[in-house]
Design a protein around this ligand. Structure first.
Ligand code: GLN
Length: 471
């Protein structure tokens, strides 16, 4: 196995045992980026010199011993979605509006990752501002799916998923406002996490829709996801929506198994799922049963309204958040907004305007409450809920880009978690037509440890997550 193919856990093991250095590990990732980024277009900015400098420092610290106690990611090369503010490093939001913007400070998550010893390799491509499900809305060009370069890698965290799936980095950050970490992870055969709203600080992340935005993690295994969340979770004085609930050790219950756990499935929501996705999902259901889980049918009554509800609340908040890019204070002129951002600004301005607010925004907020209650009721019966991540396989580049409604409908299974503020973990469950399929595990607020427990148990019985695309 090449060094850049390692997981966080194994890379850490190798570094600790001095089998290789962080400089060697970082160079292996940079080599892979040089070989494949031109074609896959995962990175917007590559910070080679800086990364090597950091790696040298990490090696020095490691040679002094003890450093891993306080620096759990010491020497591990990771990459950041370009929505994360990075001090002195260009942060574009994948939009021409911010193409030359260099922030004065680090996002809290970036600071935490740096403090934990991680090496930052650069900034990753995505749908501009986080708007999209295919990666094609980037002003820096579309990212390609490494499993088939004619297909989309999912979005909006397209570069995050592709950089991890093609081993250009060991792990990456994403964001998830309506599925943007879970869906691209699923399209690229890797693991995506959307934590509970308020579990990880949003400070310094360029806002999309503030009441729905979550930070996401993209990793090669479930265990890595737990390791990553151990670093990023927690209260932040700079983000009033972060919770002061204590952060557990997410690795603690990982190996507990799932015997006796109750997993819910909403069968009605499977009706709109394509057979190529349904088949691997039903097989995964059987595997979970074999592991000792009890499967229980549940009814999410209001899930049919989730897309309509999300696509009112989300553009409403987008129109407010993007109003600050007026060309006076940040970035360049408003003419540089892309088509999709303009569409959402107009939609949101409409739904919030006097006369329409009650009919659209307030109604949507009421439906949001019903969706949240749906989940609360379900979690009285079950420990977690499983479903496919996406109703379809990855689609061809260009296939939906001129049909926004079709693109929006692909979010049908993921947006509910954001509306309810609950966590979701997506794991690889197989392939159809050579393209990856993913399953999401949803849980009650702050139940990430349980999601890792379920995801890890499943992962141990399958080989899917070990499969690599031929680049
Ligand atoms: N695809 C969804 C949208 O376009 C979700 C995006 C996200 O999670 N950032 O809004």
């Amino acid at each position: 196995m090449e060094l850049n193919q390692l997981t966080i856990k194994n890379a850490k093991g190798g570094l600790k045992a001095k089998k290789f250095s962080s400089v060697e590990l970082t160079k292996a990732c940079l080599e892979q980026i040089k070989k494949h980024n031109r074609e896959l277009n995962a990175f917007i900015t590559i910070t080679e010199e800086d990364a090597l400098e950091q790696a040298k420092k990490a090696d020095n610290l490691a040679s002094q011993g003890q450093a891993w106690e306080t620096k759990p990611l010491l020497g591990i090369p990771i990459a950041l979605k370009d929505l994360f503010s990075t001090k002195g490093m260009k942060t574009t939001a994948a939009s021409n509006v911010l193409k030359d913007y260099v922030p004065e400070y680090d996002a809290t998550v970036v600071k935490k990752l740096k403090d934990a010893g991680a090496i930052i390799l650069g900034k990753l491509n995505h749908d501009a501002w986080g708007h999209g499900a295919s990666g094609e809305n980037s002003d820096f060009g579309p990212t390609k799916n490494p499993w088939n370069k004619e297909y989309v890698p999912g979005g909006s965290s397209s570069g995050s998923a592709v950089s991890v799936a093609s081993d250009m980095c060991i792990a990456a950050t994403g964001t998830d406002t309506g599925g943007s970490s879970r869906q691209p992870a699923s399209f690229c055969n890797i693991v995506g996490l959307k934590p509970t709203y308020g579990r990880v600080s949003r400070y310094g992340i360029i806002s999309m829709a503030s009441s729905l935005d979550s930070i996401g993690h993209i990793t090669k295994t479930v265990e890595d996801s737990a390791l990553f969340l151990n670093v990023t979770a927690g209260k932040d004085a700079n983000d009033a929506t972060t919770s002061s609930k204590p952060v557990p050790d997410y690795l603690k219950d990982l190996k507990k198994g799932i015997r006796g756990l109750k997993l819910g499935i909403s069968r009605k929501d499977l009706e709109n799922v394509d057979d190529e996705v349904k088949k691997p999902f039903l097989f995964a259901e059987k595997q979970l049963k074999d592991l000792g889980a009890e499967i229980i049918d549940i009814n999410l009554k209001y899930s049919d309204y989730a897309i309509a509800c999300y696509y009112i609340i989300q553009p409403s908040e987008v129109s407010s958040n993007l109003a600050r890019y007026d060309g006076v204070r940040f970035g360049s002129v408003r003419q540089n907004f892309g088509e999709e951002a303009k569409r959402r600004i107009m939609l949101g301005t409409f739904t919030l305007s006097a006369g329409y607010y009650d009919a659209y925004y307030r109604k949507a907020m009421q439906v949001r409450t019903l969706i949240k209650q749906d989940f609360e009721n379900a979690f009285k019966q079950v420990d977690a809920i499983i479903s496919p991540v996406s109703p379809t396989l990855p689609w061809k580049l260009g296939e939906k880009i001129n049909d926004p409604l079709k693109m929006y409908l692909s979010d049908i299974l993921t947006v509910t978690a954001n509306l309810a503020g609950i966590p979701g973990l997506s794991v690889p469950i197989g392939f159809s037509k050579g393209l990856p399929v993913g399953m999401q595990i949803l849980g009650q607020q702050f139940s990430e440890a349980k999601l890792f427990q379920i995801g890890h148990a499943y992962e141990q019985t399958t080989e899917w997550h070990k499969m690599k695309p031929i680049l």
